[in-house]
Design a protein around this ligand. Structure first.
Ligand SMILES: Nc1ncnc2c1ncn2[C@@H]1O[C@H](COP(=O)(O)OP(=O)(O)OP(=O)(O)O)[C@@H](O)[C@H]1O
Ligand SMILES: [Mg+2]
Length: 235
């Protein structure tokens, strides 16, 4: 898919939403973690952010939702500087699914409804988000902490989707999943992109990116499509 589908033109996509991060620098504890990082996440497109462990992928995603602020650099959502967007609004518009899904006590419905104020676990929006995340059937009433890692990963996606985000950032979404569940999550993400959401996967798993992403980039924004082609041939 990577080679065949170039994805929409970034300038067109950014006119209607999406994330653009330019020249981000961030140091912690005397170490430079981000050195001029860039990231474009157009809407209606799956972008894979490919970099080795410790390179700064999670740090970059955390900067986009302002869980961290870079020392320098600019991040926009739909052309608007994230510094000017109230944090609650920003985190509604840009969902971040963390590297490790954390479930709160209660049911799947409770866990998804938690993301929305004034909405109960039986609300239509909650049910729709659970289904959109690929949990089709009677999942809302199940105890969240009894689910498998892969099921919890999908509940975490539902929790972001229920807020109707423009962009969904997923940090290593396949890390806890077996191959089959990973394929289900990948298919879910493609469907969401087709519905217009901008998807970004921070991922080591290049074969997965090849199957499900429209474009793959390094932390400096350069094309990662060719880099891994020799070392990790697609399955
Ligand atoms: N608060 C912090 N203080 C000091 N160093 C930090 C801090 N947070 C992250 N780091 C370091 O920054 C580097 C980048 O971390 P980050 O979690 O962003 O990498 P990553 O690309 O997501 O890695 P992985 O693929 O293993 O998840 C790592 O070397 C990490 O140890
Ligand atoms: Mg990480």
């Amino acid at each position: 898919m990577l080679a065949a589908v170039p994805g929409p033109s970034i300038s067109t996509a950014l006119a209607t939403g999406g994330v653009s991060a330019t020249d981000l620098w961030l140091s912690r504890g005397g170490r430079e973690i981000l050195r001029g990082a860039r990231l474009e996440v157009p809407r209606a497109c799956v972008t894979a952010l490919i970099a080795p462990s410790g390179a700064g992928k999670s740090t970059l995603l955390r900067c986009v939702t302002r869980l961290l602020d870079p020392d320098r650099g600019t991040i926009t959502v739909g052309g608007q500087d994230v510094q000017t967007i109230p944090p609650r609004e920003l985190r509604r518009r840009v969902g971040l699914v963390a590297q490790r899904a954390t479930m709160f006590p209660g049911t799947v419905g409770d866990n998804v409804a938690y993301a929305l104020e004034g909405v109960g676990p039986a609300h239509d929006r909650v049910r729709q988000a659970i289904e959109a995340a690929g949990l089709v059937g009677d999942w809302a009433s199940r105890a969240a902490d009894e689910l498998s890692g892969g099921e919890q990963a999908r509940v975490a996606i539902a929790r972001a989707l229920v807020r109707d985000p423009e962009v969904l950032l997923l940090d290593e979404p396949t890390a806890a999943l077996d191959h089959e569940t990973g394929e289900l999550v990948g298919a879910t993400l493609r469907r969401l992109a087709e519905d217009g959401i901008g998807i970004c996967l921070a991922i080591h798993d290049l074969p997965f990116a090849r199957r499900f992403a429209d474009r793959a980039v390094h932390l400096d924004g350069s094309d990662a499509t060719e880099a891994g082609r020799d070392e990790a041939p697609a399955a």
